[in-house]
Design a protein around this ligand. Structure first.
Ligand SMILES: Cc1ncc(COP(=O)(O)O)c(C=O)c1O
Length: 433
């Protein structure tokens, strides 16, 4: 067992001052038990806690750190930019440069608006879809996480095609009723919602690679293309929430990987290289409805902040190196195969879902995990918690929930992957003993 005295005392101090001791709920380790590690520094593939324990990190700040932590060129760029001022609240040239890069990399984006988080991107894109279509309702999928704006905090009711119930206190029921939900991969449920709400649905928002129930795979019947076709037929917009999978499963995100063109795309995480940036963009005709060009209001004091723009530029420009994604994906596959082999050797039933450089290993008897109810009903969440803590003791930092994705970075070496596989082997053997 590693010594974590300072993290324990920091957590006690933080709990007095912050709800749950944290500023974002899952960091509190509630579903896995144990003490959240307070981090002191991060470099490359590693993080160090305040007790100086070192971990190989597969969280990567929940996705942004695709180049590894504190990449020297990103740090240098941010330092240089900071010398010229931290924030202007006025236009700067770095915004044009990052906008051009985003337009060049993401196939469907012609015009883009920068915001400060993924939540801001999705809530603004939803407002824009409503403003553009003049309709109020929208469809999201069970288990799809699109940030914490009111309308998105709704899960499915008992049936596939039911009106939503709010998932959080404080979300008005009347507002949540505008959120319609369907199971992921279930095109008939989507058709039924359009049939029952003719001319009232502004958009479908979907994570084209769901990552917030653990990574889920598309079924092979062209689900995303079917969503595209239904939106075209019904006069609704298709929004891809690529906050997690954008710049992660390929340079142009999931839309490029799967060859489907959404009307609007939401971005976050990697686009800011570790600083707070989100963005939404898409067809010019739609984006011109945003204020001050059009009537849909959206604004931000720190939006387009020069430091954040520079971190994004330094990060995105490095993703275009030949072979970058192929190498990242190959390394991810090697890790996933090694972890599954370790589970098999230890007699622990497990399956994995992987898309590009994101993956989840699920502890389950199922032959495949295909939707969020597979996770809640058929995955051994208790075992996940014990595995997670055993891996911490082995010096490997995974996301503290079975419902999350793990992320590979360009800084993870073959030796890191071998060390992770060996650590998992020891952790599993210990847990089975
Ligand atoms: C798919 C998706 N959309 C939106 C968000 C919200 O982004 P943020 O946490 O930056 O507000 C997240 C965050 O994890 C996400 O994974």
């Amino acid at each position: 067992m590693s010594v974590i005295r300072q993290s324990e005392s920091d957590f006690a101090a933080a709990r007095k001052l912050l709800p749950g001791g944290v500023n974002s709920p899952v960091r509190a380790f509630k579903s896995v038990g144990g003490t959240p590690r307070f981090f002191a520094k991060a470099k490359g593939a590693y993080v160090w806690d305040v007790d100086d324990n070192q971990y190989i990190d597969y969280v990567g700040s929940w996705g942004p750190m695709i180049l590894g932590h504190a990449h020297p060129d990103v740090v240098k760029g941010v330092q240089e930019t900071a010398e010229s001022g931290m924030s202007f609240g006025a236009p700067c040239e770095l915004e044009i440069e990052l906008a051009q890069l985003v337009v060049d990399m993401v196939p469907s984006i012609e015009v883009v608006r920068f915001v400060n988080s993924g939540t801001e991107a999705t809530m603004s894109a939803l407002r824009l879809a409503r403003g553009f279509t003049g309709r109020d309702k929208f469809i999201k999928f069970d288990g799809g996480y699109h940030g914490h704006a009111d309308g998105f905090l709704v899960k499915a009711g008992s049936g596939a095609a039911t009106f939503g119930e709010p998932d959080s206190a404080g979300v008005p029921n009347d507002y949540a009723k505008l959120t319609l939900t369907a199971p992921f991969n279930d095109i008939e449920a989507v058709r039924a919602l359009f049939a029952a709400n003719k001319g009232e649905i502004a958009c479908i928002i979907v994570e084209p690679v769901p990552g917030n129930t653990g990574v889920m795979l598309l079924n092979d019947n062209g689900f995303l293309q079917q969503l595209r076709d239904i939106c075209d037929a019904e006069g609704a917009l298709l929004i891809f929430d690529e906050v997690m999978c954008g710049f992660r499963v390929g340079p142009g995100g999931a839309q490029q990987r799967f060859g489907i063109t959404p009307d609007l795309t939401c971005l976050g995480k990697i686009i800011g290289g570790g600083l707070p940036v989100g963005a939404y963009g898409g067809r010019e005709e739609i984006m011109r409805r945003i204020s001050p060009d059009g009537p849909v209001y959206q604004a931000g004091t720190l939006s387009g902040n020069p430091l954040a723009m520079r971190a994004g530029l330094e990060t995105l420009s490095r993703l275009r190196a030949p072979g970058f994604y192929e190498e990242l994906e190959a390394r991810t596959t090697r890790l996933v195969e090694g972890l599954l082999a370790g589970c098999k050797a230890a007699g622990v039933p497990a399956v994995a879902n992987q898309v590009g450089a994101m993956f989840t290993v699920f502890f389950t008897d199922l032959p495949a995990v295909t939707c969020c109810s597979d996770v809640s009903r058929h995955c051994d969440l208790g075992f996940f918690g014990r595995f997670f803590n055993a891996m911490l003791d082995e010096g490997v930092y995974l996301a503290p929930s079975q419902y999350e994705a793990a992320f590979m970075s360009a800084a993870h070496s073959d030796a890191d992957i071998d060390a992770t596989i060996a650590a998992a082997g020891r952790a599993l053997a210990k847990l089975k003993a």
